[in-house]
Design a protein around this ligand. Sequence first.
Ligand code: C5P
Length: 227
Amino acid sequence: MKKIIIAIDGFSSTGKSTLAKQLAKKLHYVYVDTGAMYRAITLFAMRQGFIADDEIDEISLTESLGEIELKFIFNEDLGFAEMFLNDENVEKEIRTMSVSKNVSQVAVLEAVRKKLVSMQQAMGVEKGIVMDGRDIGTVVFPEAELKIFMTASPEKRAVRRYKELLDRGEDVKYVDILENVQKRDFIDSNRAISPLKRADDAIEFDNSDLGLEDQFQRIYEHSLRVI
Ligand code: C5P
């Protein structure tokens, strides 16, 4: 079997990461969650005081990018890689609502995207990778052998995210999550650099009413056709 690159893009909380993790496990591929990378930089910017009242100090963040070291370290017990920011495990903190509220503004910045896209491209040099994000099939790996684009209604996605955050013990309101999901979709789809859009050759999945198992099976079959 030949090794390929599988790019999974789509709107927030469409279940991309669950699917990508499952697929990577089944194919013995590496899974890379690029959203975690944008989230870790956002956390760094928040801690440094570069983000206040929805405003980002772009110059300070850009100047500090060289100080940020991001690493994925595989956790055997969890079965997936966790995000480390300058050697600190930030896997839980990057998933909080406060990071979700700021991440899309950080992700529009050219210097941030440049740094992360080149790291992501380096991770895919040997192929055998499943990467999820917003611009994987369009910008990071336009030559990926299999591209999936995932959508679902904002309400369905907000319910999923709400349950996830409640399970993690966060005190959140459904309406705030719905608003965050819609706001991120808007910013992600309308930014000047690498906006979220379906690559022409991506297979689209609307999983509003599709169970996880069904969806996985269909995408797995697609991957077997290419491999
Ligand atoms: O995938 P996740 O929801 O964790 O991504 C968080 C945010 O990071 C997205 O809303 C988007 O603003 C940004 N992102 C991006 N490009 C990617 C992955 C994520 O702009 N490839």
